[in-house]
Design a protein around this ligand. Structure first.
Ligand code: AP5
Ligand code: MG
Length: 213
């Protein structure tokens, strides 16, 4: 099953992709996670990527498309994959169709959440520096403050989860990414999911749509 998890920043894509990956045994491909890993490098490209991400802008289409093209060639994608954070522009959407060739996306799962709620989710988000498990200071707090339940690693806040950057990311989403809703609606593969309920309830809605396909 080839899936796209779509939605505004903070709508819960990463949280749900990790659960879907375990249930359906297909890889979770997050361009954001891939770029965050790439910026740990000391290269000039890494420095440029870091600046782009910290300002809440988009990484250039060509670079993103090349990265996804390489990733989808890997053997673990044969049985399917979950794309999270890609495509994010109409150009990326069209490029994905070229990359897939004969294959196709079965469903685009659009997690809908109000802007007010996404801001609350992003400003309270924390992640484990070691195992990358996700938390939220109010909605999914760790048992011990700033310590990961799973591996006891320290929790961190993403550099782009600061207020100014959140506002910029939402602006970019509304301008460049939201038009993909219409694009996939016209193809008849968009499914709307209510994101304003608990993690488990969102997950149940997603599984129902996938299992009905
Ligand atoms: P990326 O990493 O993709 O960020 P994003 O799209 O802004 O989405 P987020 O990861 O912020 O949110 P999410 O939907 O995954 O929410 P989460 O599950 O964490 O991209 C980062 C940057 O990389 C971009 O700005 C850009 O610069 C670059 N980039 C990446 N892809 C690109 C592309 N294709 N083209 C160009 N540039 C690209 O949940 C959020 C919080 O809410 C968490 O704390 C979680 O615990 C909590 N939560 C989740 N679900 C619930 C629930 N149901 N109830 C209560 N709390 C919940
Ligand atoms: Mg994410």
């Amino acid at each position: 099953m080839n899936l796209i998890l779509f939605g505004a920043p903070g709508s819960g894509k990463g949280t749900q992709a990790e659960k879907l990956k375990d249930k359906y045994q297909i890889p979770h491909i997050s361009t954001g996670d891939m770029f965050r890993k790439a910026v740990e490098d000391k290269s000039e490209l890494a420095r440029q990527l870091k600046d782009i991400m910290e300002s809440g802008k988009l990484v250039p289409d060509k670079l993103v498309i090349d990265v996804v093209n390489e990733r989808l060639k890997k053997e673990d994608c044969i049985k399917g994959f979950i794309l999270d954070g890609f495509p994010r522009t109409l150009i990326q959407g069209q490029a994905l169709e070229n990359i897939l060739g004969e294959k196709r996306i079965e469903v685009v799962l659009y997690i809908e959440l109000s802007e007010k709620e996404t801001v609350k989710r992003l400003s309270g988000r924390r992640g484990c520096s070691d195992c990358k498990a996700g938390y939220h200071v109010v909605f999914q707090p760790p048992k011990k403050e700033n310590v990961c339940d799973r591996c006891s690693g320290p929790l961190f806040q993403r550099d782009d989860d600061k207020e100014d950057t959140i506002i910029q990311r939402l602006k970019v989403y509304n301008g460049e990414t939201a038009p993909l809703v219409d694009y996939y609606q016209k193809q008849g593969i968009l499914e709307e999911i209510n994101g304003n309920v608990s993690v488990d309830e969102v997950f149940n809605q997603l599984c129902k749509v996938i299992d009905d396909k």
